[in-house]
Structure formats: structure tokens, C-alpha cells
Design a protein around this ligand. Structure first.
Ligand code: ADP
Ligand code: MG
Length: 714
């Protein structure tokens, strides 16, 4: 059967003909439902339905009494009599209630539709099985829209064991494909499909790990015999999912290593040494030295470096970047540093200029606002090799920018750039330059392994000595006066202060109003001429914004009122207080990034999280984590747990996080194991040529045929 569109998309695996049968031909589906299954759940073939895993199970073997019911229960099953049916609502019926009674008590059942039909169902004196999710209504529990059926010997037997719960959508539900409807389809399909399910993991992985065979897994994952079989089935499916992702990443890495020649920086020479001995006023931390060694080894290897450098804000990544660029320069190459914003590019330019200008190196800045003669001159000098280090924004990747010989590219805050943009920079050198991607957004290990599994990763996990940890305090709005008093004290001591307001796209207008109101109130409480206040937000003209930022950077204003524009923005060591308004509305990683704007100087710094009184439990958790730790990695882990991987900054664009069954917040051990198994398999059979690995090749081809890896470089 040829179904080119689907196969081309790589959605559907190449399976035996039976599993490739269009879903419409399954008993109970038909063309209409088939179309919905396709558009809503991407289920196109029989085989796709088998891999639609339940996201939860309910135990229908157990009955509860009404007195046992409490709020945290997901679903309960109760036996009892149904009486006292009442219709509510003035003009028309809006609600129907009934009483469910067993020997321990009474609770309410409630419906919001289907009244006429329902009313006729319940007979006095009959015992029913009621199944649903209890929720607190006033002071009592009720169950809305329970499943109800009379107790018959068959009913109880049938109901034994765990039942799958599938994700469904409104559209599907309207065509009878709620979780139960989908379950029925799976139940119809499984027995017919089972003989056609072929194993998708190789024997040398399955056997030593005693993994459950795929056909058994698919039966157990939908209709588990018991807890233990379900665990085994899920473990195997999770392992398999992560195994193939890791295998694919590792294979890419291996192929790139083989293919991508890199410039060899054979000697470390005058500029590197001069910088190290004359310019650097401090001893490098152990972590910085370790990372430099890793980079040194990469640039000697003859292969192109693709390294991700992770380090918390203030951990000293810039020095590492500068020294890496010096390695290139000492070997006759140029280097380039790309930043996500003009302001950040300018700051990098100033600090790199300060560090390297004295060594007789030519450092230039190229951004969107570099115009006219200056721009032409820079471009000419780049081509002739007169410029050693070019710093800039994405203006660097325009086609007109041509280097004489680019040897090292450093990208700061990488997730602001897209894949295509980066790819253009690589093609600038004749041999691809070495690439160092720096990020200050700590990424939990599990995510890093999945997102950047094909990059080499270096971590600076140590702060320069003598830093005073930032003190973080949670304050309620009602204590504002106290906070203002504290701010005045800090200003008296010569410090500067950030006040940040949240900016959420959907309500930009409101946010802007929050910000301007806030600015006015700050300006009232910190009046001229004793105090000077800057204001910066995204809606300002770039020129005005830069001017306001510069006033603060140069110490001409005491307070900067801003939106999250400053998040990746600026470096003002004299700023010692970060006040975050409506902190409950920020995500954890954003709070951490903002906090990183202070604590850059010698003085004790503070981060004050202002919130209203009532907080959701998630918000409370976020604030507690912020107050209790400065460790970006711990914060990232918590963030991942609270929000799930899909929401973590910068990961949205990467399709690889659409995991079907594995869960990066919980499955780290499985992930590590899958990675080590994938690595071992590749080691023993690098080109996957062994006959027993034919199945592996096939799986890789169908799963990843055209997934563009977000982190792929070269
Ligand atoms: P990051 O880019 O990782 O946020 P930076 O490179 O901007 O951090 O460094 C933050 C500050 O710490 C800078 O002022 C830098 O000069 C200083 N610094 C970096 N490394 C060290 C070190 N080993 N010892 C002391 N200070 C350091
Ligand atoms: Mg930095």
C-alpha cells in the first residue's frame, strides 16, 4: 500500500500490512470518525491506535463506601441506591441531582445535561455501581456526571481490574469517542493485531534486560492484568522511546565527528599568555580551567568543536569565551561573539575591548544600527583580516559579512537564535569554525541530555570566590513601605536598584499600565532631586530605551523601573537590589534570570519578591524555592517538575519533547540507562550493520526520518 503523504511525514512506521490498514476500516470507526482520529490524535492506521497509550488508569476492582470518600481521590467506585431525583433551575432545567446512599451515608450526584433520559434510568430499590470523581461542593462531596449501572453479577466481574483512561478532545467526545469509546476501539483491535506486531528492539538489548516483548507490552499497557505487568510494560515502552532518541543523537554526534573537519589550533601563543598573565586580575576557578582544557582538547582534535557551555549567571563564562577566542587568534584566525540583543552586544563589546584592546587586538562591534561608512569600514577590515574579534547581534549573519578566516564562534544565550540563523554563520568560514554556545539558563540534566544530546557539554559549576550569595526575600504588597525604606537605605549607601514588572503577551496593555502606574508611584516615593528613576520597556523606541538604560548603567539614575527587557540585558555591578513586582506571575527560570542581574559586585545583594496575599500552591512553591536556593540547577529541576518539559524556556521549538510515554521529570534513571545502552550498541556496531540490528536501523529511519534537531550544528 502506498500512502506517500503519511510515510513522508515519518508519522507512521513501516509495519506489516495489517497494521498499516487505514483506521477507518476498524469495526466501529468509519470515515467520519477516522477523519477526526486523524486530525485530533494523529491516528491514521491500525498501528497508530496501538501506540496511543492511556495516560492514566483507574482501579475498578475496588469499591469504596461513602464515608471513605475524600477530596484527593481521583476516581471512586461506590455501590448504593439512587433516590431523591430533583430538577433545578427556574425557566429551564439546568441541573439534576440525586442522592446516593449506602450503609455508611449519603452523597449527592449531579448532572448538567441529559436529564430526561437519565431520570428514567434510576429505579428505587435497585443497587447501582456509581463511578466518578468526587469533588467538594460546599461542605460535602458530590460526583458530577458519574457513570452509573445496575449491579448485576456480570457487571461486577467485568469491572475488575484497571481500566485505561485515554486523552480525548471535545470533537472526539461529540462523536462518541471519549476515553471509553477509544478504549472500546482498542479492545476490538488488539486481539486481531497481536499476531502482526513485530518486535522493535533488538534481541541483544531485550534479552539481557529481560524486557517485555512488544506485543505483550501493547496488551498490558492498554488492559493490564495487574499493577506489576503494567509497570513492566510501561518501563519497556519508556525505555524504548528514550533509547531511540538517544541512539539517534549519539549517531548524529558520531557522524559529525567523522565528517566535520575542524581547524587545528596547534599552538597557544602570545595573546593567550599575555592575557592570562597580564590582563586577568584574578585566578580562574577550577571549573573555568577545566572547561578551557576541554575546549583546548577540542580545538586540537582536528574535528569541529560543538560545545555547549552551561553556567549560572555570574559564573564567569565571558572570560572562558574570551580565552577561547584568543586560542583562535593566536593561530591566525578571527573570532566572533554573537549576542541576542544590541545592548548585550554593546556590553560584551565594551568589556572585551577593555580586556583585549591593551594586547593590540582589534575588536569591532557590528549591529543593526552600525551604518554607513563605519559599517563599510568594518566589513572591509573583516575581509582583509584587520579585525580580530567581531562582536554583534544577528546582523553578523547577513550575507555581506565575510570573514577572512573565522576560527571560533561564541554564541551567548543561544535559545534566542533559530537553527537556520545559526547555520548561516557556519558557512562563513571555509572550514567550519569551532562553535561554543553559552547559556545561563540552567537546563536540568534530563533535558540537556535530550535537547543537546549531540553536543558536548561543559558546565561551570562553581562561582568565583568571595561572592556573597544573594539574599532572597518574599514580601507581601502590604509591606511595601518597609521595602521602600530598605531601598532608600541602599541608595544612601550608593547602590542602585531594579524594579521589574511582569510582561505577559496576552494583556500587554494592562501590563504596561501596571508598569507606568508603578513608575509613577516609585517616582512619588523617590522624588527628584534626591532620586533619579529610569524607565524601560519593550514598547519604547530603541533609541530612547538605550538612552534610559545607559543612564542607569552609568550610575546617573538610582532606580530602573523595567519590564523583563532587562532579563538578558545588562551588567551593572553596583546594582544590589532586584525588586520583582507580582513575582507570583513569573516562572521560576525567569525569576532566577532576573535575580542574576544583581550580586555581580562586592556588596551584599538582595532579591525581593513582592506578591499579593493569596497565592496558588504552585506560586507558593516557586517562591519557596527561590528563597531557599541560589542554585540554578536545583531551580531548573523544580521548574521542570512544576511545569513539565514543554514549558521550559527555549524548548518549545523542539519536537523531540513530544514524548508519548516517557516523562523527563520522573524517568531520569531510565533515560540514563537508555543512553548508556544506546552508546554501547553503537560502540559494538557503529554503522548498525549487524544483521540483528536491522530492526534498529528500520526504527531509526521511520522515527527520525525528517526531524530537524534543534541543537544540530554543522
Ligand atoms: P557570566 O557571563 O557567566 O554571567 P561573567 O563572565 O560576566 O559571568 O562574570 C561575572 C563577573 O565575575 C565578571 O565581573 C567577571 O570579571 C568576574 N569573574 C569571572 N571569573 C572570575 C574569577 N575566576 N574570579 C573572580 N572574578 C571572576
Ligand atoms: Mg554573561
Amino acid at each position: 500500500m502506498a500512502h506517500p503523504t503519511i510515510l513522508d511525514k515519518g508519522m507512521s512506521m513501516k509495519r506489516t500490512p495489517f497494521l498499516e490498514t487505514p483506521i477507518e476500516y476498524l469495526k466501529g470507526v468509519g470515515p467520519k470518525r477516522a477523519e477526526l482520529l486523524r486530525s485530533e490524535l494523529a491516528i491514521d492506521r491500525f498501528g497508530d491506535l496501538l501506540h496511543l497509550y492511556p495516560f492514566r488508569y483507574v482501579d475498578r476492582s475496588r469499591f469504596y463506601t461513602i464515608s471513605e470518600v475524600h477530596g484527593d481521590m481521583p476516581y471512586v467506585q461506590i455501590r448504593g441506591q439512587i433516590t431523591g431525583i430533583e430538577l433545578h433551575g427556574r425557566q429551564r432545567t439546568t441541573r439534576m441531582t440525586a442522592k446516593l446512599t449506602d450503609h455508611t451515608g449519603t452523597m449527592e450526584l449531579v448532572w448538567f445535561r441529559g436529564f430526561q433520559w437519565l431520570r428514567k434510568q434510576f429505579k428505587p430499590g435497585v443497587e447501582y455501581i456509581v463511578f466518578g470523581k468526587p469533588s467538594l461542593f460546599g461542605k460535602q462531596y458530590n460526583i458530577a456526571h458519574p457513570e452509573v449501572e445496575p449491579v448485576t453479577p456480570g457487571a461486577i466481574n467485568q469491572r475488575s481490574g484497571m481500566q485505561p483512561v485515554y486523552n480525548s478532545t471535545e470533537k472526539l467526545k461529540s462523536k462518541g469517542l471519549d476515553s471509553r469509546g477509544i478504549g472500546k476501539l482498542v479492545k476490538t483491535l488488539l486481539p486481531q493485531a497481536r499476531p502482526h506486531i513485530t518486535e522493535s528492539l533488538p534481541g541483544d538489548i531485550l534479552r539481557p534486560l529481560s524486557l517485555m516483548p512488544l506485543d505483550e507490552c501493547l496488551v498490558q499497557v492498554h488492559f493490564p492484568d495487574d499493577d506489576n505487568s503494567l509497570k513492566k510494560a510501561r518501563a519497556r515502552l519508556k525505555f524504548e522511546e528514550l533509547f531511540y532518541i538517544q541512539l539517534n543523537l549519539l549517531r548524529h554526534k558520531m557522524m559529525r565527528r567523522e565528517a566535520a573537519a575542524g581547524q587545528v589550533f596547534g599552538s597557544i601563543g602570545e595573546h593567550f599568555n599575555a592575557f592570562y598573565h597580564q590582563v586577568l586580575s584574578f585566578e580562574l576557578t577550577g571549573a573555568q580551567k577545566r572547561v578551557l582544557k576541554e575546549i583546548r582538547a577540542d580545538t586540537l582534535s582536528g574535528k569541529q568543536m560543538n560545545r555547549l557551555l552551561q553556567g549560572d549567571v555570574g559564573s564567569g563564562k565571558t572570560v572562558v569565551a574570551v580565552m577561547s577566542m584568543l586560542m583562535a587568534i593566536d593561530n591566525g584566525y578571527q573570532a566572533s561573539l554573537m549576542a541576542p540583543t544590541e545592548i548585550l552586544a554593546f556590553q560584551h563589546y565594551e568589556s572585551v575591548q577593555k580586556m583585549l584592546g591593551g594586547l593590540g587586538l582589534r575588536v569591532a562591534l557590528l549591529t543593526g544600527s552600525t551604518k554607513g561608512a563605519e559599517r563599510r569600514e568594518i566589513l572591509a577590515e573583516l575581509k582583509s583580516g584587520g579585525i580580530d574579534v567581531l562582536i554583534g547581534t544577528h546582523a553578523l549573519i547577513e550575507d555581506v559579512v565575510v570573514f577572512r578566516e573565522l576560527g571560533m564562534v561564541v554564541i551567548d544565550e543561544q535559545h534566542r537564535f533559530g537553527v537556520a540563523q545559526r547555520a548561516r554563520l557556519w558557512s562563513k568560514g571555509r572550514v567550519a569554525p569551532h562553535v561554543l554556545v553559552m547559556t545561563a539558563t540552567p537546563i536540568p540534566r534530563t533535558l540537556a541530555m535530550t535537547l543537546y544530546g549531540d553536543l558536548d557539554v561543559s558546565v561551570i559549576d562553581e562561582l568565583p570566590p568571595g561572592r556573597k550569595p544573594i539574599k532572597t526575600i518574599h514580601q507581601y504588597d502590604r509591606n511595601r513601605l518597609k521595602v521602600f525604606g530598605f531601598m532608600r537605605e541602599q541608595i544612601k549607601q550608593g547602590r542602585q536598584i531594579y524594579v521589574v514588572y511582569p510582561l505577559i503577551q496576552e494583556s500587554e496593555k494592562l501590563d504596561l499600565k501596571d508598569l507606568t502606574d508603578g513608575y509613577e508611584s516609585i517616582a512619588r516615593d523617590f522624588p527628584a532631586p534626591d532620586y533619579a528613576v529610569s524607565i524601560v520597556h519593550g514598547k519604547m523606541k530603541p533609541g530612547v530605551k538605550d538612552y534610559e538604560m545607559q543612564r542607569f548603567v552609568q550610575g546617573q539614575t538610582h532606580i530602573m523601573v523595567a519590564t523583563t527587557v532587562i532579563e538578558v540585558g545588562i551588567d551593572v555591578p553596583n546594582a544590589s537590589v532586584m525588586l520583582i513586582e507580582s513575582a507570583e506571575r513569573f516562572g521560576l527560570s525567569q525569576l532566577h534570570q532576573l535575580r542574576g542581574r544583581v550580586g555581580r559586585g562586592a556588596d551584599q545583594s538582595y532579591c525581593i519578591l513582592m506578591t499579593r496575599d493569596e497565592l496558588t500552591s504552585d506560586a507558593r512553591k516557586r517562591l519557596e524555592v527561590m528563597v531557599s536556593t541560589n542554585d540554578g540547577f536545583r531551580i531548573a529541576e523544580t521548574d521542570l517538575q512544576l511545569r513539565g518539559p514543554g514549558d521550559i524556556q527555549g524548548t518549545q521549538q523542539s519536537g523531540i519533547l513530544d514524548l508519548k510515554i516517557a516523562d523527563l521529570t520522573q524517568d531520569e534513571p531510565i533515560l540514563k540507562y537508555a543512553r548508556s545502552q544506546a552508546s554501547a550498541l553503537l560502540e559494538g556496531d557503529p554503522s548498525l550493520k549487524k544483521p540483528e540490528h536491522a530492526v534498529v536501523r528500520k526504527q531509526l529511519n521511520t522515527l527520525f526520518r525528517d526531524k530537524l534537531f534543534w541543537s544540530r550544528i554543522s
